[in-house]
Design a protein around this ligand. Structure first.
Ligand SMILES: Cc1cc2nc3c(=O)[nH]c(=O)nc-3n(C[C@H](O)[C@H](O)[C@H](O)COP(=O)(O)OP(=O)(O)OC[C@H]3O[C@@H](n4cnc5c(N)ncnc54)[C@H](O)[C@@H]3O)c2cc1C
Length: 374
């Protein structure tokens, strides 16, 4: 059976859902397809941090806009997405990192971000239970924060439903071709015909691109995460320890501590198995930073993917295949970048011109992309 749409979105993670929600505002006939359930990819596996402390004006501007969009969601959706501005505290344990923070802070302050370099004692006033041994300085922005990914996705779903978008879930795209329009063949035999398609399949985007002869520079890597039981509130910001054996974690609005670390070496490929090694290491690393966490039981650990690009920047662009768009390569920042990137991408898909300078996130246009620093 063939069903016709103006636009088909492949992937119901943050990128697909947010873009579909913005597109649906313009009355387009829209299909959202996912091989599993909404949020089953990286979005439902992330630790939900939202920070504005980036190093390039374009990324900082997008994140400023994102903070504003997250803060409006409760009103827009009619329910809380647990957006909470507890801040981000980035720790520097060596001089090189202190210098990097100083130069980033200059750029961030110029872009209007409320960020400052704290002494170890000042960091202690932000997180009184913090172990500041070896800490030289910390970059702190109290306006950074967190939100609950499943609530955000539910909000977008509600909006897409209201505007009569169709969902095809638990139904992978198994074949994909372009004739006059795109034809997407789903596992259950449904064929979706669409004038335009958005590839937002997270770490599976490279694989889908191959089905239409696109070789995309995307490289999934496994990242693991864990969550504790609820404990009394002892941590306000996301704590980020950049040491080689560091980690990052925050306490959710609902009391659980959620966190992860970047494995060294990286674990390439599309793997979702979590390891005992992570569980033991993560516990040790968190307790080193906040000793009081020793008594907090870890309830679950899991794995998901960072979908990497060669320079660490997302790819939000039109591909060389006519009317085929891409929003992917979100590395460890897709949840926080999602709403604003999607808003402007939806405008681009609808109007064939950007309403903002997105050259930093383009890949196929002849712009200069700037690699991301911490
Ligand atoms: C452990 C961990 C911690 C993280 N922490 C943070 C954080 O604190 N802050 C932050 O901003 N980001 C974080 N991230 C990164 C963030 O989760 C991702 O960048 C973001 O979720 C990517 O969203 P997406 O929509 O591009 O992809 P996804 O959420 O992966 O969505 C892609 C969807 O495409 C679907 N799909 C794939 N193939 C097909 C097919 N053939 N047919 C139909 N559907 C298909 C999948 O089922 C999936 O639902 C973290 C990631 C991990 C793994």
């Amino acid at each position: 059976m063939t069903k016709r749409y103006d636009i088909a979105v492949i992937g119901a993670g943050i990128m697909g859902m947010a873009t579909a929600s913005y597109l649906s505002k313009n009355g387009v006939k829209l299909a959202v397809i996912d091989k599993e359930y909404i949020g089953s990819g990286s979005t439902g596996r992330c630790i939900a941090g939202i920070r504005q402390q980036f190093s390039t004006p374009a990324s900082i501007a997008v994140m400023k806009e994102n903070v504003s969009l997250f803060s409006q969601m409760e009103e827009e959706f009619g329910f809380s997405v647990e957006f909470y501005q507890g801040g981000y505290l980035l720790m520097a344990h060596n001089e090189e990192m202190v210098e990097l923070f100083k130069s980033n802070i200059k750029i961030q302050q110029k872009e209007g971000i409320n960020v400052s370099l704290l002494s170890p004692e000042e960091a202690l006033s932000v997180v009184p239970k913090l172990n500041i041994e070896g800490l030289l300085a910390a970059a702190y922005c109290p306006d950074d924060g967190q939100a609950y990914p499943f609530a955000v996705l539910k909000g977008y779903k509600t909006k897409i439903d209201e505007r009569k978008g169709d969902f095809f879930l638990h139904n992978p795209v198994i074949k994909f071709e372009k004739k006059e329009n795109f034809l997407l063949y789903l596992e259950d035999g449904t064929v979706i015909e669409a004038e335009k398609v958005l590839l937002s399949a997270g770490p599976w985007t490279k694989e889908l691109g191959r089905k239409i002869d696109l070789d995309l520079p995307l490289f999934p890597e496994r990242h693991e995460a864990m969550i504790t039981e609820r404990i009394p509130r002892i941590i306000e910001p996301m704590i980020v320890d950049y040491r080689k054996d560091g980690c990052y974690f925050q306490q959710m609005l609902t009391g659980q501590v959620i966190g992860c670390y970047t494995p060294s070496p990286n674990v390439p490929g599309l793997r979702k198995n979590s390891s005992r090694e992570f569980l033991l290491e993560m516990g040790k690393r968190m307790v080193r930073l906040v000793p009081e966490l020793e008594s907090a039981a870890i309830l679950r650990h899991w794995a998901g993917s960072y979908n990497m690009t060669p320079d660490g920047n997302p790819i939000v662009d039109k591909t060389p295949v006519d009317d085929l768009y891409i929003a992917s390569g979100m590395s460890g920042h897709g949840f926080m970048f999602g709403p604003a990137l999607s808003k402007h991408l939806a405008h681009f898909i609808g109007n064939d011109e950007w309403d903002t300078d997105f050259s930093e996130f383009s890949f196929f246009q002849p712009f200069i992309r700037r690699p991301r620093k911490p």
